[in-house]
Design a protein around this ligand. Structure first.
Ligand code: AMP
Ligand code: ZN
Length: 433
């Protein structure tokens, strides 16, 4: 059985290669621009990629997998927030980077092998400035008025990833028209910075990078190859972000493809619309955690639909996930287990997490679920000495056939959220509701 993943470039399921000595499987997920807290939609990609990461580690061993998830810490939105709050852009970026890492960890995501910051990859031999200079040398990029632009007409297969015809892209309303551009579809690799803005010295003057070049440089810098195995992000990143990343990297690396497989997750939706900061319909993992939803429950909810399908986010989904998690811990405690085969089978076919979840609790490790002990889930917190005392009083009452007292103690415990189960032989166990 070979792991197959749906690849956006070829529009087909493709096998993931087997790693060779010294050639680990490499994964890159476009990470957050750190100027605000991640919403639960932003967490879908990282959670899906975390399952993929765990699966690959399970298949090939941790030494044969390298996973990078970047931090975009230089961006106009970060700068605008810093100005509004009279702070430095770096202070804003570091604050939200920490929140992001905490939130993803709370949802059970392992730390990636690399979490490169864009600002650490501007200079240096595989940095953004060097890559932009290579693109200018190759004649696919041009400098104009302190900017450097990628000339899309010079890259033959521009549009192949997102399957958009060139004229549509060039005329695209979302693409900014500017006097220094040869064509409206040309995109910014470098732009000038004013003295009061963050900037780096470059052959084109003091400035800062555009968004797309950041990922191309970080991929080359930390994963140390021109062609990686799997590149991911939300479906909205297909165009322009990934189309542009691919164009830059291919053009700078003599045509080498940037990624063997392009993976895109569908949107998490509130009703009919995408959850998005600009629409104001967001829920953050922090809010859910503060409201008492466990990270594991949120994670299961995120994995309840196949990653390429839309996921409708509702309170009912969370309630349902909560009861599944509890049922699974119950099974774990009773030592009931399914066969691992069914789980691997489901995940090997384009990460079918809904099917894998149906085979829980055995898939627990690969899905990053059921990481606590049933004891902790059902019995942690509160005054366990008092609980044990009440249970033994209940036992004594039952032994004396004092059913009224036994029932009263049971109700007392129930009011404190403790359920007693009494087996036929009188053995008593308890758990939190
Ligand atoms: P943004 O902050 O909009 O740049 O998004 C960061 C990442 O989250 C990108 O990979 C987006 O594709 C992804 N994303 C944003 N909104 C959603 C959503 N509602 N559902 C799933 N992924 C999303
Ligand atoms: Zn990217």
């Amino acid at each position: 059985m070979t792991l197959h993943l749906y690849d956006t470039l070829t529009r087909s399921k493709q096998p993931v290669r087997t790693p060779e000595p010294g050639k680990p499987i490499t994964l890159y997920l476009c990470g957050p621009t750190v100027y605000g807290r991640a919403h639960i939609g932003n967490a879908r990609g990282p959670v899906v990629f975390d399952v993929l990461y765990r699966l690959l580690q399970h298949l090939h061993g941790a030494d044969n997998v390298r996973y990078a998830r970047n931090i975009t810490d230089i961006d106009d939105k970060i700068m605008a927030k810093a100005v509004a709050e009279n702070r430095t852009p770096q202070a804003v970026a570091r604050e939200f980077e920490q929140y992001y890492q905490d939130d993803m960890a709370a949802l059970g995501c392992l730390s990636p092998d690399f979490e490169p910051r864009a600002t650490d990859h501007i200079e240096g031999s595989y940095g953004m400035i060097a890559m932009i200079a290579a693109l200018v040398d190759r004649g696919v990029a041009y400098a104009a008025e302190g900017h450097v632009l990628f000339e899309v007409a010079k890259f033959e297969s521009y549009g192949k990833l997102s399957r958009r015809p060139m004229d549509e892209m060039i005329a695209g309303a979302r693409v900014e028209v500017a006097p220094y551009k040869r064509e409206a579809g040309d995109f910014v690799l470098w732009k000038p910075s004013r003295d009061d803005q963050p900037g780096w010295e470059s052959p084109w003057g003091r400035g800062r990078p555009g968004w797309h070049i950041e990922c191309s440089a970080m991929i080359r810098g930390v994963l140390e190859s021109e062609t990686i195995d799997i590149h991911g992000g939300g479906i909205d990143l297909q165009f322009p972000h990934h189309e542009n990343e691919r164009a830059q990297s291919c053009a700078a690396h003599a045509g080498a493809e940037l990624s063997r497989i392009w993976m895109h997750n569908g949107f998490l939706q509130m009703g009919e619309t995408k959850m998005s900061k600009s629409l104001g319909n967001i829920v953050t993992p922090r809010e859910l955690l503060d409201a008492g939803w466990q990270g594991e429950v949120i994670r299961l909810a995120l994995l309840s639909a196949h990653y390429r399908q839309p996921l409708m986010w509702t309170d009912a989904l969370l309630e349902q996930s909560k009861s599944i998690v509890e049922r699974l811990y119950g099974k774990l405690e009773r030592g009931q287990a399914n066969t691992l085969d069914r789980v691997s089978h489901a995940l090997m076919d384009d990460l079918n997490t809904p099917d894998a979840v149906a085979a829980l609790p055995d898939s627990a490790a690969m899905l990053g679920l059921l990481q606590r002990s049933p004891d902790e889930v059902f019995r942690s917190g509160g005054d366990s000495a008092w609980i044990e005392d009440r249970i033994s009083a209940n036992r004594v009452a039952r032994a004396n056939k004092d059913w009224a007292t036994a029932d009263q103690i049971r109700d007392e415990l129930l009011a404190a959220g403790i359920t007693l189960s009494i087996a036929k032989d009188g053995t008593t166990s308890w758990r939190r509701a």
